[in-house]
Design a protein around this ligand. Structure first.
Ligand code: N01
Length: 548
């Protein structure tokens, strides 16, 4: 690094979304540490600061998409919708920042560009794009799993004369689609949420679809006040159920196999789940949809029939029917009027799987067969370089100057998804190898913040300077994650979970698929065994291995 650090801190936290805000509160207010948070945006909110596209909202029900660390906050905040919409989540996070006075040690408009471990001082030296140079004992990342936008490098992309936007970097002032010819590339969560809303005002909307999707109706609407009151009476119990669940949501897990009931019973269960909407279709219908291909086929076929029923033009319906991957092998989608939108006169579906985009030119998008679609606006709903993309943009160097991006060149290696061998005192909130994106994020974020805070308390109470994952424990964890993933549907699709959306990215399943309950138990066992799989030491003495 260019020069010596000018400030010595206990901890540096990257990001001021759910993860960074909670970590700031836990380390600064509950532990009394000297903490500096750096945030790239000019406000708090993380994902919800950047993703302001039309229709943006969360797929977790609102009463579960919040912090649980403060009971008064839980009781006092009133959600208005069944699912929380982006502006409301952003208001919530701003409220949390105000309520706990969290902004005073957040430096906004600042990206951390480098973090180097200094072997001699046993501290992290951190540099930002604003010229800050600080050192810290602990480095905690809350940089999000989906925070590096993927704007595909399509030939001629930058020659387009109209306006173009990525859903994950949406202009704060909004975009006026009235009467415009709009093209949306991408039909993942962001596309499926924004397409029906854009169609309402656009002159004409053309959707460029590479992979058809299974999506379940959200059944979004105002939240029932009586329901919320009941939730608040039982919040502790409900939250605890979510903590022990698979997906971080307090739904009753289905116990029956889809294969042990009659066809009529099965259809009735799916019909009921479809009418209830949301993730209950996946978690609440049958126990083996994600695990058994034959069981999965019944769910996939049910959704295909629904698409054919909703979409009036049979040719368009067939283009929308997913046949190349099983339901839930990609991130399950939740929608409002998605398939119905293709019945509108001002909406055209273009299948770019069979007739790919050849180029973007000044007036629009040209396909390989020569067809030209003239456009005023292009929306890239093309996703993110997930889980590792944002880490790789920072020059993170561990012991001996090893670069994290080199260590992860063939896929991310972590112990518990929270730490990396060779990178002492670095803690990643919802890092690769943890449940993260396969769960309701606030539940996973809180579990990580609590676990990391516990580890730091342990170090401070025992006069320890260094905590580092053991290399063998890391290998075993990565093997365990891969072994679990191999038993699921996840391996049967080209998804961002596997890095398949980014050309050249290694095909490795990144999140932990064993569920938040099992994962929490494992983390608690590690703690109870004296931080098994970690080396703990003072900087003066050799490290003590606590690994097996
Ligand atoms: O991104 P995606 P997203 N040419 O990667 C297509 C979370 N999230 O922003 O499937 C043409 O899912 C790509 O096609 P294919 C959630 O975890 C949550 O929608 O790769 N097309 C796909 O259709 C989610 O999973 C919420 O063949 C290209 C689309 O673009 C994650 O964020 C809301 C292409 C990308 O879909 C990411 O969702 C929003 C190319 N070169 C997001 N490259 C809620 O909670 C990509 N595509 C509601």
């Amino acid at each position: 690094m260019a020069s010596s650090p000018t400030r010595e801190l206990d901890a540096v936290v990257l990001g001021a979304g759910f993860a960074g805000l909670h970590t700031n509160y836990a380390l600064r207010d509950q532990m009394g540490l000297d903490v500096q948070v750096y945030e790239a945006g000019d406000g708090v909110g993380g994902t919800w600061y950047w993703n302001r596209y039309p229709g943006a909202r969360c797929d977790s029900e609102s009463y579960m998409y919040c912090f649980s660390f403060n009971k008064e906050l839980m009781q006092q905040w009133e959600w208005s919708g069944k699912y929380p919409e982006q502006p409301e989540i952003l208001r919530y996070l701003n409220h949390v920042a105000d309520r706990f006075d969290l902004r005073r040690n957040i430096q906004f408009n600042t990206r951390v560009t480098a973090a180097h471990w200094n072997d001699e001082t046993a501290r992290w030296e951190i540099e930002t794009d604003q010229g800050d140079r600080v050192s810290a004992k602990y480095l905690i990342t809350g940089i999000g799993c989906l925070s590096s936008a993927n704007v595909p490098n399509i030939t001629g992309r930058d020659t387009f004369a109209g306006q173009s936007y990525h859903t994950g970097a949406w202009p704060h002032e909004g975009v006026d689609f009235s009467g415009k010819r709009v093209g949306v590339i991408g039909t993942g969560s962001s596309g499926v949420q924004s397409i029906p809303v854009i169609a309402q005002t656009a002159g004409h909307l053309t959707v460029f679809q590479r992979t058809p999707q299974y999506t379940i109706p959200a059944r979004h609407g105002n939240v029932d006040k009586a329901f919320l009151d009941e939730v608040k009476k039982n919040y502790d119990e409900i939250y605890e159920k979510a903590r022990q669940s698979t997906g971080g949501l307090p739904y009753d897990a289905a116990e029956r196999s889809a294969l042990e009931v009659t066809d009529e019973e099965r259809t009735a269960v799916y019909e009921d789940a479809w009418n209830q909407g949301g993730f209950k279709f996946l978690f609440g219908s049958f126990s083996d949809i994600s695990l058994d291909r034959r069981a999965n086929d019944t769910a996939s076929e049910f959704i295909r029939a629904k698409i054919r029923e909703i979409v009036k033009d049979p040719d368009v319906a067939e283009k929308l029917v997913p046949v190349d991957h099983p339901f839930s092998s990609k991130r399950p989608l939740i929608d409002t009027n998605y398939f119905d939108t293709y019945n509108r006169d001002n909406v055209t579906l273009v299948d770019i799987r069979h007739n790919p985009i050849a180029e973007i030119n000044p007036t629009g998008i040209k396909l390989e067969d020569g067809a030209q679609h003239d456009l005023d606006i292009i929306v890239f709903a093309t996703g993110f370089d997930a889980m590792t993309g944002t880490f790789n943009k920072i020059d993170i160097q561990g012991k001996g100057g090893e670069k994290l991006r080199d260590k992860w060149a063939a896929g991310p290696l972590t112990y518990l998804g929270v730490s990396v061998a060779g990178y002492p005192n670095l803690f990643m909130i919802t890092g690769p190898g943890s449940p993260s994106v396969l769960s309701n994020m606030p539940v996973s974020i809180e579990q990580h913040v609590e676990w990391i805070t516990g580890a730091i308390k342990h170090m401070e109470a025992n006069g320890l300077d260094v905590m580092e994952a053991d290399a063998q424990a890391e290998v075993e964890w990565v093997d365990h994650v891969n072994e679990l993933a191999s038993q699921t549907m996840f391996m049967l699709a080209d998804s961002w979970y596997l890095g398949a959306n980014i050309p050249g990215k290694p095909r490795v399943f990144m999140p932990y698929p064993g569920g938040v309950g099992a994962y929490r138990e494992k983390c608690d066992e590690v703690t109870a065994a004296g931080y098994e799989g970690f080396h703990l030491s003072t900087s003066q003495e050799p490290a003590t291995a606590t690994a097996d």
